[in-house]
Design a protein around this ligand. Structure first.
Ligand code: PLP
Length: 285
């Protein structure tokens, strides 16, 4: 059975899921998005995702397509009609359709599309094996706190990692790691502190990051929100990433060299377990 997509209020088959050539998302990457996890048919931490969506739109003076309640109703219906138990729901809002002009158009309704990818997230074999990452310069724009669809550089970095036989790339600016191509980056130092870059315009404030930093504190780990260098990462006892699609995923290799023992570490394993257990118990983390 083919997937059902959501396009501006309609639930349609893939072949009918179309938007205009003049959509500003296509012409200018003038669009923002969110990715919510679906576990056992429920959207995890979706309210936090919608709050970030609201912030992204507001930072770009983009009008909301409809109320959060209407978005949630459409998301739930999409999950239901697709009969998806586990996977990811992509929601994209663009400034809308207008004749090509750099200036923001006046009185234009924003466009909203949604689709689902069914995926095995809980039993992801990468959690057992760990990821290998390479470092690349962070060549993105300077408002990475806004979750826009301007994803060409992260896509180039991911491809560079795959071409080098790795799984992902960590981006580096001024000698310090910002984040992964589509995830936040962490190390566990030799004295068992969890270190991850502080929030600001340089990284996306991950919804999963917020949840796992809370879980880390509840588990009495010391959390330090500070940037770390590649050298610190190379000598860390372990490393990991977080995102809605990976939860917590160990990183075992950086630029071809093992991190710590070169196998998934206990802190990442613990936080992954707590994240999954909590997400299976309640929707807001
Ligand atoms: N950083 C970047 C650049 C991302 O693209 C993402 C997710 O797509 C994240 C971090 C993690 O965010 P979240 O935990 O909300 O999925």
């Amino acid at each position: 059975m083919s997937r059902v997509f959501y396009v501006n209020g309609d639930f349609v088959a893939e072949e009918d899921a179309k938007i205009s050539v003049l959509d500003r998302g296509f012409l200018f990457a003038d669009a923002v998005y969110e990715v919510s996890t679906i576990l056992r048919g429920k959207l995890i931490d979706n309210n936090a995702h919608l709050k970030r969506l609201g912030r992204s739109m507001s930072e770009l003076s983009m009008s909301a397509p409809c109320s959060d309640e209407a978005i949630i109703a459409a998301q739930k219906r999409l999950v239901e009609v697709n009969g998806v138990d586990e996977g990811l729901l992509y929601l994209q809002v663009s400034r809308g359709v207008a004749d090509r002009d750099f200036a923001y158009p006046a009185n234009v309704d924003s466009s909203m599309v949604m689709f689902i990818q069914e995926k095995n997230l809980l039993n992801n074999p990468a959690a057992e094996k760990g990821l290998s990452v390479i470092s690349v310069p962070d060549l993105r724009w300077q408002r990475r706190d806004i979750k826009t669809v301007g994803l060409l550089y992260p896509s180039m970095a991911k491809q560079a990692a795959l071409s080098a036989g790795a799984d992902d790339a960590w981006m580096v600016e001024d000698g310090l790691v910002t984040e992964g191509t589509s995830n936040n980056a962490y190390i566990v130092t030799a004295n068992q502190e969890i270190k991850t870059r502080h929030l600001g315009n340089e990284i996306l404030s991950g919804i999963t990051r917020t949840a796992i930093l809370k879980f880390a504190q509840e588990s009495h780990y010391k959390v330090v929100e500070e940037p770390f260098s590649l050298e610190e990462a190379a000598s860390a006892s372990e490393a990991f990433i977080s995102s809605a699609s990976t939860f917590v995923m160990p990183v075992v290799k950086l630029d071809g060299q093992p991190i710590g023992t070169g196998t998934p570490g206990p802190v990442a394993a613990h936080l992954r377990k707590v994240y999954i257990e909590t997400a299976l118990q309640r929707e807001d983390l």
